[in-house]
Write a protein that binds this ligand. Structure first.
Ligand code: NAP
Length: 492
């Protein structure tokens, strides 16, 4: 019997008003893991109402006490790490070491956010007037909504939920329809850890209806969204209508530059992991290899040998390197881009086809194109699959130009043995993240995460900025002179 999951509102599972449900499909076996109810507009209202009640309770609790709930949640997550990782591999396909990493990232951000409970610092400063004191303080926003994608089913929700909670907000959470189970498990764990039940409420169902209702809800004060550029643009436009704060973490077309002075073996390992880890379905995945012409031939020869050796299959098996892609639509999108690449005149060196590893799921071969020119669509558009495009350059200057020739600006990397080249790349690449002698993937939770240009709208997640995303700053002036003092007028 496949279990049916209801909406999670006010700390309990409750029936949706639509009477509809959708299947949560295992992309490896195509079996149904669960059915999950589809929220209606009235259910979104219910979730907001519950969150408003939750906000009154939660925002009154001092932040260091709120942190105790998060600490307990982190401990439960740690105890249940393996069980959650196995479920995640079944729900979205990536290999077990990576799903363990995903849960670990959730544990890390939960501990980190708990620590922030004693660091919700404001600033103090002098006044231009005598006997007057000035400071800033952080206040929660109110009811905030979180909308997340499927590729990090527990880490990305945790990146948003934990800072939002420690800052004192209440939450309406719309997880991706491909990975609702992990989202529900995370929320259950928070309630088990002592979070007052109304503080987090989950509405499941399609982005086009449930997500839309969340975005348009007049009493939600902020939206934190991670997903595609197109959805992000639409959300930003909609949020203008109700003057919501909106933070966007969108796509990437992340370049790795490999210079002729690089440690070739190190660079090969980094390119392989960056391009094909998580089946290329990371926002920070390496999708463009910008290769110095002097090492091109040797590098490609060795890269092909390594890529051919990658084993695609069931992510639960220890011998598997690459799992399936998430769903049929994504598989078809990757096929479409392979066709586009060929039509554009790029040379297909490896892969390009669906794969049958003896399982019915959505498998695709690791795919490599070379002779890719910067203006080609396969060099410009996010494919979100195991497809690497190789561009050739003859200098660092040209490499940096190629890296920046993108509407996105999330992650980037350079492999070089020359410290000058490394610093020039750090300084000149337009991206939120630059790695030196390391792949484009592998962010840590205590550093800010986000990108420039089409990747986002200036916010950063994680790191010290995490709490700011979910806080309002208030300026406070305390005049203890006992007389009316006029700023800009009396100070002359
Ligand atoms: P997506 O289609 O934009 O969906 C993301 C979330 O938005 C899902 O929960 C989706 O619901 C919901 N949604 C869809 N349409 C909506 C609408 N009109 N209003 C409100 N919500 C809506 O993206 P995806 O395919 O799931 O994720 C892949 C994308 O995420 C890639 O572009 C990737 O680069 C990006 N990403 C970025 C980061 C980052 O930190 N920068 C991290 C990870 C992923 P349904 O699931 O029901 O469709």
């Amino acid at each position: 019997m496949v279990q049916e999951y209801k909406l999670f509102i006010e700390g309990k599972f409750s029936d949706s008003s639509t009477g509809e449900a959708f299947e949560d499909i295992n992309p490896t076996t195509l079996e149904s893991l669960a059915t999950v109810q589809v929220a209606g507009i009235g259910d979104v209202d219910r979730a907001v109402e519950a969150a408003e009640a939750g906000f009154l309770i939660w925002s009154e609790i001092p932040a260091p006490r709120r942190a105790e709930v998060l600490l307990k949640a982190a401990r439960i997550l740690r105890e249940r790490k393996e069980e959650l990782a196995v479920l995640m591999t079944k729900e979205m396909g990536k290999v077990l070491p990576e799903t363990r990493g995903d849960v670990q990232e959730a544990i890390d951000i939960t501990y980190y956010a708990a620590g922030e409970g004693r660091r919700l610092f404001g600033e103090t400063t002098t006044s231009e007037l005598k006997e007057k004191f000035c400071m800033t303080m952080l206040r929660p926003i109110g009811v905030v909504a979180l909308i997340t994608p499927w590729n990090f089913p527990i880490a990305i929700p945790a990146w948003k939920i934990m800072p939002a909670l420690i800052a004192g907000n209440a939450i309406v959470f719309k997880p991706a329809s491909d990975t609702p189970l992990l989202a529900l498990k995370l929320v259950e764990i928070l309630v088990e850890a002592g979070l007052p039940p109304q503080v987090i409420n989950v509405v499941t169902g399609p982005g086009g209806t449930v997500g839309k209702a969340v975005v348009q809800h007049p009493r939600i004060r902020a939206i934190s969204f991670t997903g595609s550029l197109d959805t992000g643009k639409w959300i930003m436009e909609e949020c203008a209508k109700t003057m919501k704060r909106v933070s966007l973490e969108l796509g990437g077309k992340n370049p790795v530059i490999v210079m002729d002075d690089a440690d070739i073996e190190l660079a090969l390992e980094g390119v392989l992991w960056g391009a094909f880890g998580t089946t290329g379905q990371r926002c920070t995945a390496t999708s463009r290899l910008i290769l110095h012409e002097k090492i091109k031939e040797e590098f490609i020869k060795r890269l092909l040998a390594k890529a051919k050796a990658l084993r695609v299959g069931d992510g639960l098996l220890p011998e598997t390197d690459i799992g399936p892609v998430i769903n049929k639509a994504q598989l078809e999108k990757i096929e479409r881009y392979v066709r586009i690449g060929k039509e554009e005149g790029a040379t297909l060196l490896l892969g390009g086809n669906r794969l049958d590893p003896g399982l019915p799921g959505y498998f695709f071969e690791p795919t490599i194109f070379t002779d890719v020119r910067p203006e080609m669509r396969i060099a410009q558009e996010e494919i979100f699959g195991p497809v690497l495009s190789i561009l050739t350059v003859s200098s660092l200057k040209e490499a940096i130009w190629a890296a920046n020739n993108s509407k996105y600006g999330l992650s980037s990397a350079i492999y070089t043995g020359n410290v000058g080249n490394a610093f020039k790349a750090i300084e000149k690449i337009d991206a939120g993240i630059t790695y030196v002698n390391a792949p484009t993937i592998g962010a840590e939770v205590h550093l800010p995460f986000g990108g420039v240009k089409g990747t986002g709208n200036g916010f950063r997640e994680a790191g010290t900025d995490a709490v700011r995303e979910f806080s309002e700053v208030k300026a406070v002036y305390i005049d203890y002179s006992g007389r009316l003092q006029k700023a800009q007028i009396d100070s002359e």
